[in-house]
Design a binder for this molecule. Structure first.
Ligand SMILES: *[C@@H]1O[C@H](CO)[C@@H](O)[C@H](O)[C@H]1NC(C)=O
Ligand SMILES: *[C@@H]1O[C@H](CO)[C@@H](O)[C@H](O)[C@H]1NC(C)=O
Ligand SMILES: *[C@@H]1O[C@H](CO)[C@@H](O)[C@H](O)[C@H]1NC(C)=O
Ligand SMILES: *[C@@H]1O[C@H](CO)[C@@H](O)[C@H](O)[C@H]1NC(C)=O
Ligand SMILES: *[C@@H]1O[C@H](CO)[C@@H](O)[C@H](O)[C@H]1NC(C)=O
Ligand SMILES: *[C@@H]1O[C@H](CO)[C@@H](O)[C@H](O)[C@H]1NC(C)=O
Length: 242
């Protein structure tokens, strides 16, 4: 039987959204990471025509096991079909916010995308498959945030599960069309202001873009998410000082 490319794609997408499986990568399952200091911060922020704002932060944990992820997505275009998967991708965003330039998912153990992973066995998932392990962004939630510890991400540049150094975040619609993306950059201040991750470069950038810290209360086109996060910092700083 002859199958057109679009039929094969449709079948693949259907498989990706329905069947899950515990697949061991060619290089094994992902080991639990250690030594992730809670003083290290990486961040991603972006805005695209389809996503008003995406903001994720990544820090170590008190015992150094795994990475604490907070992921927020606001104002996703309701005409884009969901739920919305999001992943860590291999390369930085290309010129003109080109999400295609980010390549594929961070997958150091060569597990590959399909079949979709079983969140009950997260060590068998691609390291970068955040929504496969922790859930997709649901439809119809304008301002969605979630927080979790992912035991397989690393903040150590010598670990293959390292999330910095040219990695990026991409959010997709249910058909895996890329609807928004931003680079993962090292936070300099330990604060939570979104950084400007627009990069003039291309693939394989091995140095971090210098994060540009946004003003505490941005004016004009600033998103309410940014404003509310700024308020959060003021409150947090206030509670530390007082
Ligand atoms: C929202 O998604 C629809 C469907 O893909 C698309 O036609 C429209 O251009 C999108 N809106 C924006 C602002 O990107
Ligand atoms: C986006 O990046 C991809 C991969 O690097 C490239 O093939 C494509 O031409 C780029 N698209 C645009 C509009 O620049
Ligand atoms: C995208 O997904 C929607 C809902 O699942 C589906 O109706 C539509 O045909 C898909 N579009 C493409 C181009 O695959
Ligand atoms: C991470 O993001 C969450 C939600 O926006 C925020 O409450 C938290 O303070 C942020 N952490 C850092 C270190 O920026
Ligand atoms: C982000 O950086 C780009 C490139 O340097 C610049 O054109 C743009 O104005 C910056 N955006 C913000 C919000 O600072
Ligand atoms: C990026 O790295 C890959 C793998 O090392 C290599 O195949 C590719 O040619 C590089 N791309 C660029 C633009 O340097």
């Amino acid at each position: 039987m002859h199958l057109s490319t679009s039929t094969v794609l449709a079948v693949a997408v259907t498989a990706a959204t329905t069947a899950t499986a515990q697949v061991t990568g060619a290089k094994g399952n992902a080991p639990v990471t250690t030594g992730n200091s809670d003083t290290i911060l990486y961040e991603t922020s972006f805005s695209s025509s389809n996503v008003e704002s995406g903001y994720l932060n990544f820090t170590g944990t008190s015992d150094g096991v795994g990475v604490l992820v907070t992921a927020c997505f606001k104002g996703i275009n309701a005409s884009q079909p969901g739920p919305y998967p999001y992943h860590i991708h291999d390369f930085v965003v290309g010129p003109n916010e080109n999400c295609t330039a980010t390549g594929g998912h961070l997958d150091p153990y060569m597990r590959m995308d399909l079949p979709a992973c079983d969140s009950a066995a997260p060590e068998t998932c691609q390291v970068g498959d955040l929504s496969g392990k922790h859930g997709k962004v649901p439809v119809g939630v304008d301002d969605y945030c979630t927080s979790y510890v992912d035991n397989y991400l690393s903040l150590d540049p010598s670990n293959v599960g390292f999330i910095g150094n040219s990695r990026s975040i991409v959010i997709h619609n249910v058909n895996l069309t890329r609807i928004g993306c931003g680079n993962i950059v090292q936070g300099s201040t330990g604060g939570m202001y979104p950084t400007n991750t627009t990069t003039p470069g291309g693939n394989n950038v091995t140095t971090y873009p210098t994060p540009t810290v946004a003003p505490p209360i941005a004016s004009g086109g600033a998103t309410s998410l940014r404003a509310s996060m700024a308020l959060g910092v003021i409150l947090a700083v206030g509670s530390l000082v007082l």
